[in-house]
Design a protein around this ligand. Sequence first.
Ligand code: ZN
Length: 160
Amino acid sequence: MKIEKDRVVSFHYSVAEAGKEALESSKDAGEPMAVLFGRGQIIPGLEKAMEGHEAGDSFKAAVTAAEAYGERRDGLTQRIPKKHFGAQRLHPGMQIVLNTNHGPRAVVIEKVGMSVVDVDLNHPMAGKDLEFDIEIVDVREASAEELAHGHVHGAGGHHH
Ligand code: ZN
C-alpha cells in the first residue's frame, strides 16, 4: 500500500543538520512514529519525500530549512523566571523542553542570570537544512474514527 493522504504511516527516522551527525532518532525511543499522513503532522518537506513510498522502503531525504522548521526569526527571545527550570544546570546553547500553556516546546538557552533565564523560542532546528534517514515500517488505511479525530490511535499514536 502506498503512502497517500489520510493513510496511517509508521516510520523510523533519524535527522541530522546537513553534513553533521544525527541530532535525534526515533530508534532512541524504540517505537516508530505514527502519523495520519497529509495533515501537516510532519514537516512539509518530509511529507513530499515520503508520499508514494511503501512499507519496507528506506531512503534519504534532504529538506531545506524553508520546508522544515522555517527560517530563524529575530525577536523571539523570552525572559523566564529561573524557578521554572527546576534544579537543572543551565548553560547558553543548551537545548531544553519547556512545558508551556500550549504543551511542551523545545527552546535554546541564550543567557542565564541570577533569577531569570533568556530563551530563544525559535525551534532549535529553525534555519537549518536537514537530512533525514527514513524507514517506512507500515502503511494502512485510517479508521473512520481516526479520520474524524485527525490523529492516529494505537501504537505510536493516541490512547484514549
Ligand atoms: Zn482520537
